[in-house]
Design a protein around this ligand. Sequence first.
Ligand SMILES: Cc1cc2nc3c(=O)[nH]c(=O)nc-3n(C[C@H](O)[C@H](O)[C@H](O)COP(=O)(O)OP(=O)(O)OC[C@H]3O[C@@H](n4cnc5c(N)ncnc54)[C@H](O)[C@@H]3O)c2cc1C
Length: 480
Amino acid sequence: MLTCECECQCLQLVHALSSHVSFPGNTTYVAAEQSYWSLQEARLSPACIVTPESAADVAKAVATIVGAGNCDFAIRGQSHAPAAGFANIEAGVTIDMRKLGSISVNLDSSVAHVGAGASWLDVYTYLDTLNVSVAGGRNGAVGVGGLLLGGGISYFAPRVGWACDNVVNFEIMLASGHLVNANATSKPDLFRALKGGANNFGVVTRFDIATFAQGEILAGKMSSPFSERQAVFKAFAHLADARHYDPYASLVLGLTWTPATGWATVTSTAAYTKPVLNPPTYNEFLSVPNTTSTLGITKLSTYANETATPPLEWVFYTGTYGVSADLLSSITDTFNETMSTTNIPGLVLWTFAFEPLPTIITQYFLQKGGNSLGTTPADGNSVVLLITALWNSTASDALVEQTAGKMVKDANAIAQKMGLLKRFQYINYADPSQDPIASYGEQNVQYLLAASQKYDPKGVFQRKVPGGFKLPARQHYGLV
Ligand SMILES: Cc1cc2nc3c(=O)[nH]c(=O)nc-3n(C[C@H](O)[C@H](O)[C@H](O)COP(=O)(O)OP(=O)(O)OC[C@H]3O[C@@H](n4cnc5c(N)ncnc54)[C@H](O)[C@@H]3O)c2cc1C
């Protein structure tokens, strides 16, 4: 029944938006389906795909879908959320925002106006020519929309906080069909809610983001043999837990494992957001025996232009912990045990990324209009873990999911024992079985619910946009 209603609504969408609607078999539809980052998303077949080119087109699409009928819809940016249904929908309507990707700046280049469907590479390529930048994704293929609505860890985070902290205005299409601006002075509650609130409030059509002066950066990888991991973990803990965190320093510590090769090198991907060749911050990493380095001066738009991976099965899982080299070591040991005792058919590549979340980043939680993430300096310097698995056989889906889930549980248990378990689960790294919105804490959840009730009283973005992490049911909080 859903399919028929959606097919009818797709015809209404053609009436409202003519050629901006594509159907199974159309070139646009097929290309869109093939361009999802994960196969789990690409396998879903919407009844039609709407490709708006302006906020007015988004208004027509939302009005048509919300106005009548029973059709559910999905909002798609650059599709880098791997889980099925987050930005695509079986037999519903997918609103593909990628053509709303125009970028411009205001007169003094202090604010970038970014169409919600742009990629970060589009943004950096444009801004690099003006010698300014914004806080955004490290991989340029990632979308502006999903990253900013979930927080956003950027190379610039220690200088300016979560990427979302730097949005000065959201232009958003509400379920009512009204296109509104949410900023520090107009709809400030919605402004704060959107910084972490994901797709729960409307379709964002444009982000206005504060820029800062920026020239070239130092970036590259420092790779050490796995046998030297303890020294790398110590270097990581010293950087992440420094009394005076170097605001120009960012780093992701990555470990990879495959059944065939076991552990690969321990790779520290570093970006120092000044064109300084040898910042002392990375000395300890470079002094680990047999470490090789590709660190060099480059432009952000060059560095962010990473080689794309072919579409594969992907899973993300996350946890957050206090900083400790011993904890990283114990977590690695437990992962090792799980992987070497679990036989997953086909090719599987596991990646474990540890990313510093020092208080220098979380200090903005009340500034710049506040965010809803619930990360504050009271949590102390922390580390975000992202577990990623990529594999090539759907037959292994359940087992990979289960194994990744076990690993996070094990990591959490170890951290708990050491008194280092944090509540926060980063929404952009979380698996659907996790509950990142609850991890923002009760006060933030209530704040988000109040904003949802005010700006989407009928709960359209809770009910009709099923994909992504949803707010808890209002009834549980005494709301209707
Ligand atoms: C290779 C890779 C690198 C990454 N690097 C980073 C990184 O450096 N830092 C970091 O913090 N995260 C990073 N991530 C995680 C990333 O932030 C999330 O995957 C994010 O959701 C991707 O956004 P997207 O728009 O590309 O994804 P999509 O899958 O298109 O969208 C993700 C979610 O956002 C919603 N959404 C998107 N656009 C809108 C809109 N305009 N209005 C309302 N809702 C919208 C969608 O409905 C969906 O639920 C990375 C992910 C990958 C795969």
